[in-house]
Design a protein around this ligand. Structure first.
Ligand SMILES: [Zn+2]
Length: 169
């Protein structure tokens, strides 16, 4: 069983490995990502957030399109984005109680592999584009707090300490 990795654990700062596909053993990890994401009421989660050193993330589409399905993305690569950028308050399962306003492109196009090893291209707009970019940040060891100015960070210093100590669920 895996568990949610929170801020303070260096796993979140590691750049995960590319996945060799297809591999049946990945299914177990995907199930764990979904289980942990559901348990913490998240929209999406990346592999390293459950301690899986892999370039993978999942998106619970019920929160985006209303469809009860899970999108599984392996080895994603950003191949296009809109000029239009929008602000949005982002939160992260690994940083409970923290919200950061981040400006990002409103649309992105990514190339990725399915669990079966098939190459696909998907476009995301609005919330889906936001989720894709947030998760792809995880896959390069980047967190929402990295977008804050040093001054903004001083305001959440105590919260970060409490997360490190495990005082938030
Ligand atoms: Zn996150």
């Amino acid at each position: 069983m895996n568990k949610l990795i929170k801020y303070g654990d260096k796993t979140l700062r590691k750049i995960p490995e590319l996945l060799i596909l297809p591999d049946k053993s990945h299914r177990e990890k995907i199930d764990e990502m979904v289980r942990i994401c559901v348990e913490h009421h998240g929209y999406a989660i990346a592999g390293n957030q459950i301690g899986w050193d892999a370039k993978a993330f999942i998106v619970r589409m019920e929160h985006i399109t209303g469809k009860d399905e899970v999108l599984v993305i392996f080895n994603p690569e950003l191949i296009g984005f809109s000029e239009e950028e929008v602000d949005f308050d982002e939160s992260c399962l690994s940083l409970p109680s923290i919200k950061v306003k981040i400006r990002r492109p409103n649309e992105v196009r990514i190339k990725y592999f399915t669990e079966e090893g098939k190459e696909e291209i998907i476009e995301g707009k609005g919330l889906l584009a936001r989720v894709f970019q947030h998760e792809m940040d995880h896959l390069r060891g980047k967190l929402i707090i990295d977008y804050m100015t040093p001054l903004e960070k001083t305001f959440i210093k105590n919260k970060l300490k409490r997360i490190k100590r495990g005082q938030f669920d």
